[in-house]
Write a protein of this length. Sequence first.
Length: 420
Amino acid sequence: MPTLIELKETRAAKVAEMGTLASADMSDESRTRFDSLDKEVRTLDGDILRAEKIADFERRHAEGKIIVAPDRAEREYADLVGKFELRQVILHLDEGRSLSGATAEVVTELRNRGGYHGCPIPFEGLELEKRSGETVASGIPNPARVAPIIDRLFAPTAAVRMGAAIVNIDSGSESHPVTTSSVQAAWAASETGGVGGPTAYATTDRPLAPNSTLGVQMKITRKALKQRGDALEQAVRRDLNGAIGEAMDRAAFLGAGSSGEPAGVLVGSYGITSTAIGAAASWGAFRAAVVRFLIANAAAGPGDVRALIRPEVWSELDGLLASDAGPKFEFDRMRENLGAIVMSGNALAAPTGSPATSKALLTTTAGGVPPIFVGLWGAIDMIRDPYSDAASGGLRLTALATMDVTVSRPAQLQILTGIQ
């Protein structure tokens, strides 16, 4: 059965042919062809309408399916999010002013997907995430419910640059089963001998649960409220984007797993191999970790590996000449071999001890499966506090965002400790 896009392309081609026929002196043969095309276009109009209704029904009711190519409704929603105005939400919460235009439509759509105490704001509206396709490889078993995977959370963050997949979840918990078994082949020992029994195919569920909620409080003075316009819009967006983005990125790696925080990759009990270096930073220490990836078939080559390091480690590597590579620094050797080097003072804890030591994280995307999953639930819930700043006529807003973190396979990550 033709897809919606194919139907539209066919209709466009037939309409173009009709235009060509109509622009010339029509013979009896041309007129007959024109009438035939007209009937076909009317039939296609009905087919397109039915296909659009079917696509909309499947999008709303078949929650467990991944939509590979966005349909018209998804594209229209993305366009609406691009026109979302945060200042309308602020004035709605402060003065009760009605939402209008694209902002009203986005808020209505979000409320239909989940419950909010205040006014929902899409993560995309703050440029915290951008929908850009799927990253799940073929051959991976589908979980009971799979939400679309988002490639980008916020461009400058370490989580995405280290290969983390951002999963948007409307409501409830979600589990991602990942293959963890090692299927082995065996030779027949003799002409009539068997080749060995079957190996069990095992998967491990990587759950994401809405147990951790991040909150940001903002005070907007009466003077700021009177200075309405793009300045207020951009100021609030920057504050929300900076605060939420930094906190989420830090929690993805350093979350304590207690006091409301999710368990970060470097802190949680994920069974990730941790190797103590106990020596000065060098490319040799990272090369040994790459070799372990290669031996475990978790990477096809050094270019598949990403490294997350502290700026202090970069400073050490960039100032240390390699003794066996001519006039070349250790960092140059590392950069030439690895697929990416990410430096962050937020995702990794500051060096401690004497001499000062730091940690590093290495990841690889094996078979298209991301090493880390970061789950975001629904949208940001913007709630107004009408009492705290009532005496000064100000507005107190609280933005709530729910997230969780898990890893796919521990073999796709390695931790290096004691890097001096």
